[in-house]
Design a protein around this ligand. Structure first.
Ligand SMILES: *Cc1c(COP(=O)(O)O)cnc(C)c1O
Length: 395
C-alpha cells in the first residue's frame, strides 16, 4: 500500500500522523551541497519511500532544490518517480532479471554487477536502437552486491564487446564509514576503489561518474567523494552510526561553518481516552505493567502496525504538553498506553509527540532506535502506510 501524503489532516480522521518538514529537507540538502561543493554531484537517495518520508514529495522538493540525481533500490521505485514527473537521472541500485525492458521504458540508469544482466540490457538496448548508460558496482568490502575487484577486468572486457551499453559510472558502497573505530577498513575500501578505477582506465574505460560515499562518507571521508555522493540518511536528518542518540545534533562541517541538520519527520497522535486507576492495576497484554500508585493513564491510537515498535513496551516515552510521559505496558497493534500521572493538565484531545520536539524537549528517531536495538533508518522506514504524511511546506 503506498504512503498517503496530504497537505492537511482531514477533520474526520484517526488523529495519528507524521509531519514532513520540507524546510528541514531543503536545509539538510543545502548543508550537504555546502559540504561537498559545486564540483561534486549529489545523488539524493530516495529508496524505500525516502526512508518512510514519501519518495515523490521528497524527490519533487529536492529536484527544485538542485539534486543532480536520485537513487532508488528497485525498478518499481524508479518507475513511480518517473510516473510522478521526476525528470533528473535516476540510478537504480537493484535491477532484477527480467526488468531490462522497464529500465529502458522508464529511462533509468541501472547499477550492474551481474554479467547476465549486462547481456539482457545489451539485447534490449539493441532492440530499442539506443545506447544505455550503466554504472558498474565494485565490491570493495561491503560484501553484499558488486563485482569482486579480481573479476572486474573480465566484466569490463565483456562490457567492451557490447555496443549498446556504455560504462558511464563506476561505484562502490562503504560498509562502516559511520564508525570511527573502523576508519582503517574504510580507507582500505577507498584504496581498493582507486585500484578498480585504474584497472578500468587501463582497459580504456573512462567512466564519467566515480562514486563511493553514502551519508557517512559525506560526513567523514572527503577522499571518498569522487565526483558524486549518494546521501540518504543525512537528507532526512538521520544518522546511522553507533551511539547516535548521545549526539542529538548531526553536524556537517562546511567551508562556511558547522551546519546542524534538522530531522525532517515528526510523529504525532492525540490522547483519545484517559482514566484514573488505583495502585495495583494491571495494564495491557500480559499485564506487563502494574501500577504502583494511583495513576492517570492515557490511551494513544498508535501501535506497532503504525510502526511504533513493540520493543518500546515499558521503555519508550512521549511528549505531552512539553513533558515526558513513559510508555506503560505492552505496545499493541493499534494502541499504546502512557502514564500521565505527573502531567495533571493532560486532557483527552491533547497532541502527543512520539518523534519530534516541544518546548525545548526532543525525542529523536535515534533515541527510539536505541530503545529498540536498531538504527533510526529502520524507525522511519517502519512508519506504515496507515499513518498519513502531512506536508509542512518550506516557509
Ligand atoms: C542506501 C544506499 C545509500 C544511502 O545510504 P545512507 O547511509 O542513507 O546515506 C547509498 N548508496 C547505496 C548503494 C545505497 O544502497
Amino acid at each position: 500500500m503506498p504512503i498517503t501524503v496530504v497537505q492537511h489532516l482531514p477533520d474526520a480522521c484517526r488523529p495519528t500522523w507524521a509531519e514532513i518538514h520540507l524546510g528541514h529537507l531543503i536545509h539538510n540538502f543545502r548543508a550537504i551541497r555546502e559540504r561537498v561543493g559545486e564540483g561534486v554531484q549529489i545523488c539524493a537517495v530516495v529508496k524505500a519511500e525516502a526512508y518512510g518520508h514519501g519518495a515523490v514529495v521528497v524527490a519533487r522538493c529536492l529536484e527544485s532544490a538542485g539534486a543532480d540525481w536520485f537513487g532508488v533500490a528497485t525498478v518499481e521505485e524508479g518507475a513511480a518517480l518517473r510516473e510522478a514527473g521526476i525528470a533528473r537521472p535516476i540510478l537504480c541500485f537493484g535491477v532484477a532479471p527480467g526488468q531490462a525492458d522497464l529500465v529502458l521504458e522508464y529511462g533509468l540508469t541501472p547499477v550492474v554487477f551481474e554479467p547476465a544482466l549486462l547481456e539482457q540490457l545489451e539485447a534490449r538496448a539493441r532492440a530499442a536502437q539506443t545506447v544505455l548508460a550503466v554504472h558498474v558496482e565494485v565490491d570493495t568490502g561491503m560484501g553484499r552486491v558488486g563485482v569482486p575487484v579480481r573479476e572486474l577486468a573480465d566484466v569490463l572486457r565483456a562490457l567492451g564487446r557490447f555496443s549498446h551499453v556504455r560504462l558511464d559510472g563506476l561505484m562502490t558502497h562503504l560498509a562502516a564509514a559511520d564508525d570511527p573505530a573502523r576508519a582503517e577498513f574504510t580507507r582500505e575500501q577507498i584504496a581498493r576503489f582507486r585500484q578498480a578505477l585504474q584497472m578500468a582506465e587501463a582497459l580504456g574505460f573512462h567512466p564519467r561518474y566515480r562514486h563511493l560515499a553514502n551519508s557517512a562518507g559525506v560526513r567523514a571521508y572527503p577522499e571518498a567523494w569522487g565526483n558524486m555522493v549518494r546521501p540518504g540518511g543525512l537528507l532526512y536528518g538521520l544518522w546511522s552510526g553507533p551511539r547516535a542518540s548521545t549526539h542529538p545534533e548531526i553536524v556537517l562541517e562546511t567551508p562556511a561553518g558547522r551546519r546542524a541538520l534538522q530531522p525532517v519527520l515528526s510523529l504525532h497522535t492525540r490522547i483519545v481516552f484517559l482514566k484514573e486507576v488505583d495502585a495495583g492495576t494491571p495494564l495491557g497484554y500480559g499485564s506487563a505493567f502494574v501500577t504502583s500508585r494511583p495513576s492517570r493513564i492515557a490511551t494513544l491510537p498508535i501501535g506497532y502496525h503504525d510502526g511504533y515498535r513493540r520493543a518500546l513496551s515499558n521503555c519508550g516515552r512521549v511528549l505531552v504538553r512539553g513533558r515526558f510521559a513513559p510508555v506503560v505496558g505492552r505496545v499493541s497493534m493499534d494502541w499504546t498506553l502512557v502514564d500521565v500521572t505527573d502531567i495533571p493538565e493532560a486532557r483527552v484531545g491533547d497532541e502527543v509527540i512520539l518523534i519530534g520536539r516541544a518546548d525545548g524537549r526532543q525525542i529523536t528517531a535515534e533515541e527510539l532506535a536505541e530503545w529498540c536495538g536498531t538504527i533510526s533508518y529502520e524507525i522511519t522506514c517502519s512508519i506504515s502506510a496507515r499513518v498519513p504524511r502531512v506536508i509542512v511546506p518550506a516557509e
